[in-house]
Structures are given as C-alpha cells and as structure tokens.
Design a binder for this molecule. Structure first.
Ligand SMILES: [Zn+2]
Length: 372
C-alpha cells in the first residue's frame, strides 16, 4: 500500500515537473494571440466561396477572377490590385514552396478582402444626427508641405479643397462641417474631438504630399492601422502597436470607404495610384466613425504641383471624393443613413452637379487671382 502511494507520488511529481518544464516552451496568452496575428489562409480556398478561379502567371502574379471582380496578388509583396485599384495588405502573399498554393494573412481576409467582396454586409453605422466632417490638414503655423518655387503651401490648398468639397456636398443635401474654415492651427486631438462632438458619420482628412524624391507623384488614401498589425511602411508591428484604438471599431468600413475614394479620385484625375495604405495617424485615432486621410497629390513634384493648383484638378478631385463617398454609402448604409442626401445619386449620375469654382488661395495672396 505504501509502495503504491509512493509510486503514485512519483507519477504525480513527474506530471507537475513536466508541466513546469513545458511552461517555458508553451505559448503564453501573449504568444497565442501573436499566433492569431500571424494566422494565414489559403487564397484559393477563401476565394472559392465567391466562385473565383485563380491562375499563377509569370512567377510573379497570382490572378483570381469571377464574373464580377478581378484580383491580382503580387507574390511576395503586400500589393494587391482589386478591380484596377491598389491596396496594401498587412503582410505579403507568399507561395507555399512545396505546392502551387498561396497564403494570405487571415486579418487581410477579414478586414480587406471581405469588405471589398461583400460591401452589402458591412455593418450599418447610424448615430443620431450624423453628418460628414471634412478636415483641412494643417493651418496657422503648421504650414505642411510646400513648393516654394510655385508658391504653393499645403495648408491653403487643403482649406481650398475642403471648402469646395463642403459646397458640393451641401448641394447634394448632406450636412457637412469643416474642422477649420480659416488659417488656424488646430491640434490633431481638437480635430477629432470636433468630429466626435458633431456626431460625424464620416470623416475625411485632406492633405497634400511631399517626398525627398521629386519623382514621387500620385494619390494615397490612408486608414488607421489595424490593432497589433504593422502600418504599411513597416514589416513588423511595434510593441506599442498592440493597442486597440477607438477608430479600430471601424476597420472594415474604413477599408471600403478608402477603396471607394482612392478608386474614383485616381480615375477622375488620371493620377498614379499609390494605393490604400494604413498608418497610425493621430487625427484618425479617436474618431468615432469611418475615417480616412487622403494625400491629394505631391507638391514636391513640379508637374503635379502645377496641376494641383488648377481649378480643373480641384474640380476632378472634389468630384472624385464625392463619387467615392456616394459609392460607399450606396453600397453599404445609404438606404437608411441619416446623412442620406435629399437628392441622392441621380444628379451626380446625370452630371447635373456643377462643382463650385473657387480660385485657389495662395500664401500672402488673398486677392484670389489664379496663377495657373
Ligand atoms: Zn499634410
């Protein structure tokens, strides 16, 4: 009997010891969530549900198409072209070395592919008294990007575009507010607080770009980065990126809104499509509704800067943003949304909408004379 008890104790101790030993190797809760972050799915299996057929071409492209959509994944790259518009995934699509199969991050399936393929399933978001808030980037001492040669300053251009966008949206019956309607400096928090106070249903922040390379040109649309995942310009998330911020509640709506706007703006302007990207921009972080930030062209590229300063560019830009908003609302929440305009798509589709002509404001130039 004593022997049996002793044997039982040895087995018990062995099990405990083994558990302690394995604890060091076993994934902790943190590791297990990390495992979720890096979870992947087979591209063809995902797209089979939507009747896609896929082919692997040139050792570089994995193309998938059904009767409605064409998707091109660039292998070993985060770039994906969906119906002609570029979006960046959180991680590259990679080929399984032993088979002709391709894997995609599970988060990209949930937060990028699904909203694009099934926008009608995107959850409706209907706060009371909703409106659209347009944010003119920079202002006051925060002048933003500049092209000194052409005397163009970002803070004036964003305000000009924001006013034109507000007028055009008002004409369609939307309630629209600007975060600033003068050359004032607002903090990123103030812009977000203002939008939340107004119970914004959509938030669009307007910016113009600049890069060290004067060759860089084109349009980029940003959404707030998914929690625990890297922004587009990184390969790995930082430890501090694990936080789920307020605007992460709208990851799916953000993706679809950004896609709609990026698509229509690049098509209208004929600009280079630099893609839908993600960044942890402070101005988007605390917004309580779908929110995007659009970089409307490069001031550091003289040719593009000259075009930006023309009324025709501004008109196309504004109509492109509106078309993107309309497409987003029409395909997701339009039928029941409070911000449903008085005249919906009809005027827009019938091209009855004439956009307001507003000469550009220039620094030290309040005479509204058009230089280009
Ligand atoms: Zn800016």
């Amino acid at each position: 009997m004593l022997f049996k008890q002793w044997r039982f104790l040895v087995i018990f101790a062995y099990i405990i010891g083994l558990n302690v030993f394995l604890a060091g190797k076993r994934p902790t809760n943190k590791c297990s969530s990390e495992r979720d972050i890096y979870k992947t799915e087979d591209v063809e299996n995902v797209l089979k549900r939507y009747s896609f057929r896929c082919i692997y071409e040139d050792g570089r492209y994995f193309r998938c198409f059904n009767c409605a959509h064409h998707i091109a994944f660039i292998v070993d790259s985060k770039e994906m072209i969906f119906d002609g518009t570029k979006l960046f995934l959180t991680r590259p699509v990679v080929k399984n070395p032993r088979q002709n199969r391709f894997s995609i991050a599970a988060v990209d399936v949930e937060k990028i592919l699904k909203p694009l393929l099934e926008p009608e399933k995107i959850k409706k978001y209907l706060p009371n008294g909703g409106c659209i808030v347009i944010d003119a980037g920079h202002g006051g001492i925060a002048e933003g990007a500049k092209n000194s040669k052409l005397k163009l300053v970002e803070k004036f251009l964003t305000l000009n575009t924001a006013r034109a966008l507000q007028l055009a949206l008002n004409k369609l019956g939307y309630r629209v507010f600007l975060t600033r309607d003068s050359d004032t400096d607002l903090s990123l928090e103030q812009r977000g607080q203002w939008a939340n106070k107004l119970k914004a249903q959509l938030f669009v922040s307007l910016h113009y770009n600049a890069a060290e390379s004067t060759q860089a040109r084109g349009i980029e649309t940003f959404t707030y980065t998914f929690a625990s995942h890297p922004s587009t310009d990184r390969t790995k998330a930082l430890v501090s990126d694990g936080l789920t911020e307020t605007n992460n509640r709208f990851d799916i709506q953000n993706t679809y809104l950004a896609y709609c706007i990026q698509k229509s703006v690049t098509l209208r302007l004929g600009s280079i499509d630099r893609g839908v990207r993600r960044a942890r921009f402070g101005v988007l972080r605390h917004i309580h509704c779908p929110a995007i930030l659009i970089e409307c062209g490069f001031l550091s590229n003289d040719d593009e800067a000259r075009r930006i300063a023309t009324n025709i560019y501004q008109e196309k830009l504004v109509s492109g943003i509106i078309e993107g908003i309309q497409r987003y609302l029409h395909n997701t929440i339009m039928r029941t949304a409070i911000i449903q305009p008085i005249r919906i798509l009809k005027d827009f589709q019938n091209k009855k909408l004439s956009l307001p002509k507003r000469p550009l404001l220039k620094p030290h130039d309040t005479t509204n004379k058009q230089a280009f």
